[in-house]
Design a protein around this ligand. Sequence first.
Ligand SMILES: Cc1ncc(COP(=O)(O)O)c(C=O)c1O
Length: 437
Amino acid sequence: MELGDALPAIRKPVPAAAGRAWIERLAASECPALTTRRKRREEQTGASHDPIVWVEAQGANVVDADGNRYVDLTSGFGAAFVGHRHPEVVAAVKRQADRLLHALGDLHPSDMKIELLERLCALAPWPQARAMLSLSGADAVTAALKTAVMATGKTGVVAFEGSYHGLTYGPLAVSGYAERFREPFQAQLQSDVHFAAWPGGDVSLDAALGTLPEDWNGIGAVIVEPIQGRAGVRLPPPGFLGALERSCKKSDALLIVDEIFTGLGRCGAWWRSVGDGITPDVICVGKALGGGLPVSACLGSEAVMQAWGTADREAIHTGTFYGDPLGSAAALATLELIEREQLVRRAADRGEVFAAALSAERIPGVLEVRHAGMMLGLQLERPTQALTVTRALLEHGYLVLPAGAKADILQLAPPVTVSETQLAGFIASLRDVLGAR
Ligand SMILES: Cc1ncc(COP(=O)(O)O)c(C=O)c1O
């Protein structure tokens, strides 16, 4: 089987000598926060949490420094939706690298940047749209939060417990995921953020809506993930996004939908929120957009984005590398692929089959299988269990992520190109791992 569609091949310890040598260099040079996290996880679980060091990837496969081959069911945090190093994305990047690597962004742009803007506007759910390009998800969220201030003149934001929008200051202030992420920086964060409850589990839709602010004066935006990803693939009940849309309309606030994880087909629709029957005012997109390169965007309707177009506001939000030619070429190739190969439909179909197979297996220890397209959350029994299970799965050759504030959920976001054999192999390994505990 070719690299891309292959099953795992773990021939050496995870990691072995070559990987270990890299990790020592990493520990000596990287910000110690990450080495400390590994140590903490080792204490929590009694198992090694040393990383593998990636040296090659193709499709759903990753190869580490020791020559072990894995199946990546994370798509590298969701970025490799079309698979790692898709040949068409690589070809577009190579063509672009032979022609133009960098331009003068917002002053004298590249042709590729303009093409990408047009393409994104055509994909947006409004008849007339405008887009702002950037590099990371957090950049796109920053642009969206600023857009709301521009368009409404109001700085207050409603966000949700468990939400994750990125860790730079603007997005961090509206990320309810974990108090400890915000706590050291609290004094430097925007203070007029109201965190409302997320519906699901013990919290009914009405109870969650009951935690929205009573007084909407001063609130310029509601920011929401259509499905909370990092919090553990938490799907809101039907009617939740619609209720937020109505509250925003009533109060002249913008509804910002963060589709950075869920968008571009991952959940079986171009936009999860639009598939749910709402029309946001602003959409954030990232991760999958660059096909593996850092590209993100904030999209808004023409009417909303006009707020940026007055003489005192021109060009006050820009960046050296925003809309760079290389990233734009990669994003254009990625969008072309998603469209031509009908990957949105494929994500819907394959996700359905995968989730059904997982549920049918009734694997002891998996309490629930949640999913939308190729975004899945497997609810485990105990807090921190996902840490042990992700490690054991890595040693079987499958990369998945722990999620949820209690680390009791396995998050899966496979490339849409993952093969059925690879998914079946994962199910068998999960059964082994959970059976062994
Ligand atoms: C929903 C959502 N928004 C924003 C972000 C932040 O994106 P980035 O890490 O590219 O800044 C993430 C990252 O996981 C995300 O899942």
